[in-house]
Write a protein that binds this ligand. Structure first.
Ligand SMILES: N[C@@H](CCC(=O)N[C@@H](CS)C(=O)NCC(=O)O)C(=O)O
Length: 261
């Protein structure tokens, strides 16, 4: 069978989705770690593969695939191993509903908060001229804007407030869905759970007043159940940054409103 290569950053957000889906399916792949904080995704060798300069991208033989959720669906359909999409059309619809909601509406807000508190501060101290040149090399104008705002601390109060509002709405919706069934969108572990974990694995640390064992017990049960899966453990062990190591909070048996550092 043709080989699989994955170009990814950390097991987090979009990169973590195909990483975890491949590991759940038991598909061997060659990992190409691109350091997002070093702007590896805008280097000519990667742009030759994905001219948009965003990660992840996957190759399967000669085929180049982009868009993390679409890659996960491809992985689930093409490779043997446990199915991550059930057969029942209603379940498939619910899974796709959640993935669209997360990708389009919720994840950009999580991302803005993450870029404000982690990505921006992590690169800000680099040489200013190098940073300016790095921003100019970014192919997508909207990503150029995001980088500029993160590096120079330019996210407005209104933008941050709206992101925080969306995260609060998303937490309520996740808790409600997970109070009705074991997994997010069907009675079996699915791509919606893979997608959701990548978004929410550090919630009790990043949003302790909104998500903890007392307020959102079902979200915490769900996060711990996903973290206990061997594929998740292997996947998150590939993380190199402090951002991803936050997953260890799920090892605590009880997380209150103010988790100790
Ligand atoms: N819709 C795309 C989004 C890809 C994306 O924007 N990835 C982020 C990382 S999570 C990225 O590459 N950021 C780097 C940059 O903007 O330079 C997907 O789901 O694959």
């Amino acid at each position: 069978m043709a080989g699989v290569s994955l170009y990814h950053w950390e097991p987090n957000a979009n990169s973590g989705k195909p990483m975890l889906a491949l590991m759940e399916k038991g598909v061997a792949f060659t990992s190409h770690y691109l350091d997002l904080l070093n702007f590896d995704q805008h280097k000519p060798e990667y742009l030759a593969l994905n001219p948009q300069g965003t990660i992840p991208a996957m190759t399967h033989g000669k085929l180049v695939l982009t868009e993390s959720t679409a890659i996960m669906e491809y992985v689930d359909e093409v490779f043997p191993g446990p199915r991550l999409m059930p057969d029942e059309p209603r379940d498939r619809w619910r899974i796709r509903w959640w993935m669209k909601f997360m990708d389009q509406w919720l994840a950009p807000s999580f991302s803005m908060i993450g870029w404000n508190v982690f990505v921006g501060p992590a690169v800000r101290s680099k040489d200013p001229e190098r940073l300016k040149a790095a921003i100019e090399r970014i192919p997508l104008p909207e990503r150029r804007v995001a980088w500029r705002k993160a590096i120079y601390g330019l996210f407005s109060d209104d933008e941050m407030k709206e992101s925080q509002r969306r995260v609060a709405v998303g937490i309520r919706m996740l808790e409600d869905a997970l109070s009705k069934r074991e997994w997010l969108a069907s009675d079996q572990y699915s791509l919606a759970d893979v997608n959701g974990f990548n978004l929410a694995y550090a919630l009790p640390l990043s949003q302790p007043k909104l998500s903890n064992d007392d307020l959102t017990p079902n979200i915490l049960r769900w996060l711990r159940a996903i973290y206990a899966r061997p594929a998740t453990k292997t996947c998150w062990a590939m993380g190199k940054t402090a951002m991803v190591k936050r997953v260890a909070i799920l090892e605590r048996p009880h997380i209150g409103k103010e988790p100790a550092a």
